[in-house]
Design a protein. Structure first.
Length: 126
């Protein structure tokens, strides 16, 4: 399929596909006219890339998943390098969640203090 069809089927732009190709994530052959041609396997690769990007992965993190698919695996997350990336990313997310819990607790405490102070002030002046 040509780049426009792949872009349409993958829900992205031709420009994005050219960028993925430039980054070594996507493979295209060239026809006699020099147009990029992609086989159906590349659609699966693009969908994997898009899913991982939507989950917060960077392009460098995505490489092992693409390589895993290219190695003939049914899924990009089953190879050891992909598992290592998943473990690292999960640790990062857990760290962010820990920080968010700290911020949430701080905000909750501040809100409770503000409500209590307002209630006391109102009782004294109301």
């Amino acid at each position: 399929m040509l780049i426009g069809e792949l872009a349409s089927r993958a829900g992205t732009s031709a420009r994005t596909l050219r960028y993925y190709e430039q980054q070594g994530l996507l493979h295209a052959s060239r026809d006699a006219r020099g147009y990029r041609e992609y086989d159906d396997a590349e659609l699966r690769v693009v969908r994997e890339i898009r899913t991982l990007l939507d989950s917060g992965f960077g392009l460098d993190d995505i490489r092992p998943f693409v390589e895993c698919l290219r190695a003939g695996n049914d899924a990009g997350h089953v190879c050891p390098d992909s598992v290592a990336v998943l473990r690292r990313k999960l640790t990062e997310v857990d760290g962010v969640l820990d920080q968010l819990h700290i911020v949430r607790d701080r905000l909750s405490d501040q809100l409770a203090d503000a409500i209590e102070e307002r209630t006391i002030r109102c009782q004294m002046t109301c």
